[in-house]
Design a protein around this ligand. Structure first.
Ligand SMILES: Cc1ncc(COP(=O)(O)O)c(C=O)c1O
Ligand SMILES: N[C@@H](CCCC[NH3+])C(=O)O
Length: 381
């Protein structure tokens, strides 16, 4: 796709985020199709990418929005998502953010602590409103992913631990402006081992029994997001296996009559449609490999520096014999490195390099460190 559009790319200043909208549509369509088999509700996690043209596609297919800040709630609503399809999680919701979401009458606050519940109740009372809530429970399930993106272990800051639930339920009885409608889980991100989700289902089933024993009815079960993508083979597997993913929940979740199941997918929906395109500025000799110094750095894509994550790198403009390069950016940090000992066709100043699978947690995590300009975005059909 990128090589076919080389002329167009060469007319644009770099670094440049390029989005393949037809791949995005196919991915969304497949997720929709597979989730619809079981009447599942999918909320797109805006944190992965909140660009308006991406949100337009997501909304057009009827997904809801999963938000983690007041500004994300605002972005979703301003983009046309119905407040009835907006959920709001996060361990540190500010009063301003809560008030905004209350005014919008969003579908559900995913509450992460008893303290937050007390504050939410107070703020809702002042507005003479009732806030619908789901308890975000920390199920203590290992997501087998990078430790920085694991969220469902007791040592993590997220959610309410199982041993707190009894007191949280007692507290809830004293908070008349909160209406408990469900439970929520999210155990981590970039999960490629599907058995992890089976373990999550087992835990959800146990929590369901716990609530049932206390005669508490739950209409909504939200199992979060986390489905991973193939960073190593973006071309061979551009669309994640949604059939297996949703099928697994259908097989292992034990639901009560009338219960609705919700998902919050981010990465799986948008990662593969985005590529960071950068120009080679300099080639410099190192002791064991040459450095290919790009005009993009960790300010445009922080994932390799932050999680030592792999992104496939491709030289779009050279067909020469392969050589080994450390592919680095211009930022004054040694961690500003996209890949070490990467085999690329002989690379020279002016070549265009693609850093693949950058549609999720790429542009949205960019920073202005070193007073960098923000990279532009190009949407290709
Ligand atoms: C509460 C919550 N929901 C959904 C997501 C989306 O995760 P992912 O992009 O891995 O699907 C996240 C991020 O990990 C999250 O924290
Ligand atoms: N930003 C992370 C994912 C974090 C997901 C949000 N809890 C990444 O790039 O992989």
């Amino acid at each position: 796709m990128l090589k076919q559009n080389l002329q167009k790319l060469q007319q644009h200043p770099t670094p440049l985020y390029v989005y393949n909208i037809s791949l995005l549509r196919q991915t969304l369509q497949k997720a929709k199709e597979e989730s619809a088999k079981y009447n599942y509700h999918v909320h797109y996690a805006l944190k992965a990418n909140a660009n308006a043209p991406i949100l337009d596609e997501v909304r057009a297919l009827g997904f809801g929005a999963d938000c983690v800040s007041g500004n994300e709630v605002k972005r979703a609503i301003e983009n046309g998502f119905s407040p009835e399809r907006v959920v709001f999680a996060g361990v540190g919701k500010s009063d301003e953010e809560i008030n905004y979401a209350l005014d919008q009458d969003i579908f559900c606050f995913n509450c992460e602590s008893s303290h937050e519940m007390i504050v939410l109740n107070e703020l809702a009372e002042k507005k003479d409103r009732t806030a619908r809530i789901a308890l975000r429970i920390n199920p203590n399930v290992n997501a087998n992913t990078h430790k920085y993106i694991t969220t469902g272990l007791e040592e993590n800051k997220f959610g309410i631990n199982a041993w707190e639930l009894e007191s949280v339920i007692a507290l809830l009885e004293t908070l008349p402006n909160l209406q408990l409608i469900g439970i929520h889980f999210h155990i981590g991100s970039q999960i490629t081992d599907l058995s992890v989700f089976k373990n999550l289902c087992t835990r959800v089933n146990e929590f369901q029994e716990w609530f049932e024993a206390r005669k508490i009815q739950l209409e909504h079960i939200n199992v979060g997001g986390g489905l991973g993508v193939d960073y190593y083979n973006p071309e061979q597997q551009p669309i994640p296996d949604f059939e297996a993913y949703f099928g697994l929940f259908n097989q292992f979740l034990e639901l009560r009559p009338g219960q609705q199941v919700h998902f919050e997918l981010g990465r799986a929906l948008v990662a593969q449609c985005g590529t960071l395109v950068s120009k080679v500025l300099y080639i410099k000799k190192g002791i064991s490999t040459n450095f290919a110094i790009l005009d993009a750095g960790m300010t445009e894509l922080i994932r390799p520096a932050l999680y030592q994550s792999y992104h496939k790198i491709e030289n779009l403009t050279s067909n020469k014999q392969e050589e080994r390069y450390d592919v680095v950016g211009p930022i004054c940090e040694s961690s500003d490195c996209f890949g070490k000992a990467v085999m690329l066709p002989e690379t020279e100043r002016g070549d265009l390099v693609a850093i693949h699978t950058a549609g999720a947690y790429g542009e949205v995590m960019s920073s202005a460190y070193n007073l960098r300009d923000k990279a532009a975005a190009l949407y290709l059909n």
